[in-house]
Design a protein around this ligand. Structure first.
Ligand code: ACM
Length: 637
């Protein structure tokens, strides 16, 4: 290479403008496949590359159209679809004889210098093989506009792959903040890249009812709208007298059918959640007769505080947000709701909520007390179990199975119901013991609404779960019968998430970790390699313009007090190879500053500790600044 060319190439490489050749690019697949055998050479995707589809397979033809739609924006060309069996190109094949290793969602991908063959038993497997193919292409393939001067190379490789779990879910709460149809579709697209196949759609809660129910129009006329508030959830002002509820939205039946089809085209089943009997303030605002207190002034909650959480884990709801389980009209209401929900969603499960149900109003209600007496119930847990059983029967009549949060175990699990374990592992272990199907979605490891880095630089939430914690989590709890564990799920509650960029920030990269947890063989997990892959996928997200968190580069700060009463600061990192630079003198540290080597003692009189991470001489994490009083609050007893 001439010196001048060399200089230009070096410049372009340093500035990230020239894609690496496939052989130089490490293969960075998330989730990690069962087996990856690198070959020699590269396959080059060009304008002339056909996509081969077997004849008489319209589903595979649709997949080819999908693949084309992913390839065209960045490359600027549209591969032709041809009948499969040619010598070259990308060949999509359905196995004539099922490959038993692959199951319903597995695939093989064979890339040589002349041909890429994706084979599977089912279209779902081909879909996942195509996601792997896209991840093998340079990151620029994620661009939505044509990128010039990229060689669309795929490294020669042989991949065999299938999922560890049948349930690989993400939950999105659209009640606390509404996300539009197009935003939900984008989210489904992002899920599909990482081989998620279950979208749990939390459609109702105290802060908004988001699904049109034609036979109960007030649910959306009233329940979908609340007064606008820009402040922090749980501290917002309650609605003022006469104030117009203008913030919100809902999905029509047509919207839902469109989204269900969009998901199906990406091998994603949608499980809708109607959260009852608690978390029902939006429904009660629409139809106050549904609660015990029947308060006609009930309003959709705008993120104002209406509960007190006690130190023993119990809670009091100061506004009644609970359906009345002793009122037959409530079951007539739910029958109407679930008739329409069951018609709209083809998936076998409907989630009936069941979490955090406050029973204080039931205890005072003569109707509830009479029902408990009549049915010989010892406590209100049994009353909730009665309610869950009635809902489960309604769902069965509509041809659906019930899923609920782990509270539905209390007072007795309805027969045939599945449990989503969220208050840690206990509920999941107990449900599996009762031979009930379980989805493991425990807090904190699967709670994507929690902070992921140092609280000083994260949007405030009550707790933290870092990327490595989520990555190291396993869906099979010790002591549980694994045959009943369907898989795992990440949950995005949106009290503190009013926008799409912030939702993306909270989801990624932790949903990379959970994708790998749920898909990849346990033995293939490797934290350090995962971090390298995450960084490669950050590059892809930059191209795709999807937001993500770089919190993994922030130090973990632990504070103690020594015998002399001075603050002792211990720093560590979840990512290897970071250098931490700090100051105590209220100036801004960088790589010219003192480097952290061992536990620090805050000098007497110092009022500020600052720390920042670098890697390879370049800034990596964010500047964290903690005043003495902030550090003191963090002292571990
Ligand atoms: C939940 O987090 N309340 C299920």
């Amino acid at each position: 290479m001439k010196r001048v060319t060399l200089l230009i190439v070096t410049f372009l490489l340093m500035h990230g403008q020239m894609p690496l050749a496939a052989q130089e690019r490490p293969i960075s697949l998330i989730p990690e496949p069962v087996s990856v055998q690198p070959g020699k050479g590269v396959f080059v995707l060009t304008e002339a590359t056909p996509i081969g589809v077997p004849s008489g397979q319209p589903e595979v033809a649709r997949l080819a159209t999908y693949l084309t739609s992913k390839i065209s924006p960045a490359t600027g060309f549209t591969p032709k679809t041809t009948q499969s069996g040619g010598d070259g190109g990308i060949q999509l094949l359905l196995n004539a004889k099922p490959d038993t290793r692959l199951g319903a969602e597995g695939y093989t991908l064979e890339a040589t210098t002349t041909k890429v063959t994706i084979a599977a038993n089912n279209p779902a497997g081909l879909f996942y093989g195509m996601q792997t193919l896209l991840q093998l292409l340079p990151k620029e393939i994620e661009s939505k506009t044509p990128v010039r001067n990229v060689k669309w190379e795929i490294p020669a490789v042989s991949v065999t792959d299938y999922p560890r779990f049948a349930w690989r879910g993400l939950m999105l709460d659209v009640s606390r903040h509404f996300f539009t149809k197009e935003q939900v579709k984008d989210h489904l697209d992002h899920m599909a890249r990482y081989k998620y196949n279950r979208f749990h759609w939390h459609l109702t809660d105290d802060n908004g009812w988001r699904i049109q129910i034609k036979s109960l129009p007030k649910l959306t006329e009233v329940g979908a709208w609340r007064v606008p508030r820009a402040g922090t959830f749980n501290t917002n002002d309650p609605p003022r007298p006469g104030e117009k509820p203008t913030y919100g939205g809902f999905y029509t039946h047509d919207d839902i059918r469109e989204i269900v089809q969009y998901a199906k085209d990406r091998n994603i089943e949608i499980m809708p959640e109607i959260d009852v009997p608690g978390h029902s303030m939006a429904a009660i605002a629409a139809y106050p007769g549904l609660s015990c207190t029947k308060d006609p002034n009930t309003k959709v909650n705008p993120g104002s505080k209406f509960s007190t959480w006690h130190s023993n884990g119990t809670f009091t709801m100061h506004i009644d947000n609970t359906l009345n389980p002793s009122d037959e009209q409530v079951y007539q209401f739910l029958d109407k709701v679930f008739t329409e929900v069951a018609q709209l969603f083809p998936f076998e499960y409907i989630h009936m909520g069941g979490d955090e149900c406050y029973k204080g109003y039931w205890q005072k209600d003569p109707g509830c007390q009479a029902l408990m007496k009549k049915k010989n119930m010892k406590n209100t847990d049994e009353l909730q179990s009665y309610f869950s059983g009635r809902v489960s029967t309604i769902l069965k009549e509509k041809g659906k199975k019930t899923m609920g949060w782990d509270e539905i175990l209390e007072g007795g699990l309805p027969s045939g119901a599945a449990v989503m374990s969220w208050r840690g592992l206990k509920g999941g272990i107990e449900a599996a013991h009762q031979k009930a199907p379980v989805v493991m979605a425990p807090s904190p490891h699967c709670y994507l609404d929690l902070m992921q880095g140092d609280p000083a630089v994260e949007a405030p939430v009550y707790s933290t779960v870092r990327l490595k914690d989520s990555y190291n989590w396993d869906p099979i709890p010790k002591g549980a019968d694994s045959t009943f564990i369907l898989g795992g799920q990440g949950n995005l509650w949106t009290e503190q998430i009013p926008t799409v960029p912030h939702a993306q920030y909270m989801i990624w990269p932790r949903a990379f970790a959970l994708a790998e947890v749920n898909w990849s063989p346990k033995g293939r997990k490797n934290w350090n390699r995962f971090v390298t892959k995450v960084e490669a996928h950050f590059g892809r997200f930059d191209e795709a313009k999807i937001n993500y968190a770089r919190s993994m580069y922030d130090p973990i700060i632990r504070v103690k007090k020594n015998d002399a009463g001075l603050l002792v600061i211990d720093l560590s990192t979840e990512v290897n190879g970071l250098d931490l630079y700090y100051s105590f003198d209220n100036t801004i540290p960088n790589s010219y500053y003192a480097k952290y080597r061992e536990t620090l003692v805050m000098p007497e009189g110092a009022d500020m500790f600052r720390v920042v991470s670098y890697r390879g001489g370049k800034p990596a994490g964010r500047l964290i600044s903690l005043k003495t009083e902030d550090l003191t609050k963090r002292v571990r007893k």
